[in-house]
Design a protein around this ligand. Structure first.
Ligand code: F1P
Length: 346
């Protein structure tokens, strides 16, 4: 039994059940969410802005890529503070929908951003969070709440993946993409398999004392997920880690490569060849590399899922690596240094 970090450990391991519960909520609300999406798409040049802070900002980035790909609506992620404090950050579409994402539903910047957006009369607000009755759930025209994402830990794991799954559900519903929807219904089972199969590798890498820096590379929706896993390594294990778009790594960051560098590269289906060339180049420079893809990779997901639904599965791998590194450094994954669950500004 795990004693140090038992909340985080449990939250990582319970993701399949949490995702199942989230899918039940989405199924129950599918017709209402579809109606919200139809109204939005009825406007000639509708657009979507997704906001969050920290983990939920990375979630917004990944979800924006998925929403745009599956609905055709232009979708962009911004930190909540930009919508709150920078009036010029928003597009000039006739109808802009703000999707505000927050585990706690209490982060000040996210609340203030919703109020600022509302006061400008730009369009509807949809909130996505894990706790009913919190401030954020009073600010949306539609408030989607996924209680199975609630957590006792400071660093988000289950909350992130559960809210991300909900965002992918929105992409399927608004995009009337039944194929994506039925793949999402298979993700809890796929998650359980990945949790088991990836654990020895993730723990071995997490415990490896010869590694001193981590880079997470991904294109498209994988970039936001790279950001989230990178943040997990920082928060839980106080290690140097950064995310990059795959081909961007050659443009400066590769100067940091040493034998103590681990690159975790989520390969895409479409750009795989160009991304594999980066991997080859970095291997020549001496980096250690873990490629992740459906097949033909250091870690093959072998999920049978398409690229969007499958993207969820990288999260448990990165979370487990961060957890193992935290414990092996004598830290407590449940209590990251200097962090609180919610950032409240006075
Ligand atoms: C966002 C967040 C977390 C982070 C930290 C502070 O919270 O930035 O991602 O781990 O503890 O808050 P939320 O708005 O999603 O609740």
């Amino acid at each position: 039994m795990v004693t140090t970090g038992h909340h985080t450990d449990h939250e990582i391991q319970s993701q399949p059940e949490s995702w199942r519960a989230a899918l039940a909520v989405l199924t129950a609300e599918r017709a209402d969410l579809a109606a919200f999406g139809r109204e939005l798409r009825g406007a000639p040049d509708a657009a979507v802005i997704l906001i969050g802070c920290g983990s939920t900002y990375y979630l917004a980035q990944a979800a924006a890529a998925a929403l745009q790909a599956h609905t055709g609506l232009p979708a962009r992620a911004l930190p909540a503070s930009e919508v709150w404090l920078n009036a010029s950050a928003l597009p000039k579409a006739t109808r802009t929908c703000l999707i505000a994402i927050s585990r706690s539903g209490e982060t000040t910047e996210t609340l203030r951003a919703c109020e600022a957006f509302r006061s400008r009369g730009l369009g509807p607000i949809l909130t996505l969070s894990a706790y009913p009755g919190r401030a954020l759930t009073t600010l949306g025209d539609y408030n989607l709440v996924l209680p199975s994402g609630q957590e006792d830990s400071v660093a988000q794991t289950r909350a992130f993946s559960t809210l991300y799954l909900a965002a992918l559900g929105l992409a399927a519903i608004w995009g009337e993409d039944d194929a994506l929807w039925s793949e999402l219904e298979r993700t809890p089972e796929a998650c359980a398999e990945i949790l088991t199969h990836s654990r020895p590798l993730a723990e071995a890498l997490g415990r490896d004392p010869s590694l001193d820096r981590f880079y997470f590379l991904g294109s498209g929706l994988r970039y936001g997920l790279s950001g989230e896993i990178s943040l997990k390594i920082k928060e839980m294990s106080l290690s140097h880690s950064e995310p990059f778009h795959v081909l961007e790594f050659r443009h400066g960051p590769m100067s940091m490569v040493t034998p103590g560098t681990l690159l975790i590269v989520q390969l895409s289906d479409a750009q795989g060849e160009a991304e594999r060339a980066v991997v080859d180049d970095m291997r020549k420079l001496g980096a250690r590399i873990l490629t992740i893809a459906e097949s033909d990779a250091d870690f093959a997901l072998a999920s049978g899922l398409g690229e969007t639904a499958r993207s969820l599965l990288v999260l448990p791998i990165g979370q487990r690596l961060a957890f193992a590194r935290s414990v092996s450094k004598g830290l407590n994954p449940d209590r990251p240094h200097n962090l609180e669950t919610v950032v409240t500004l006075v």
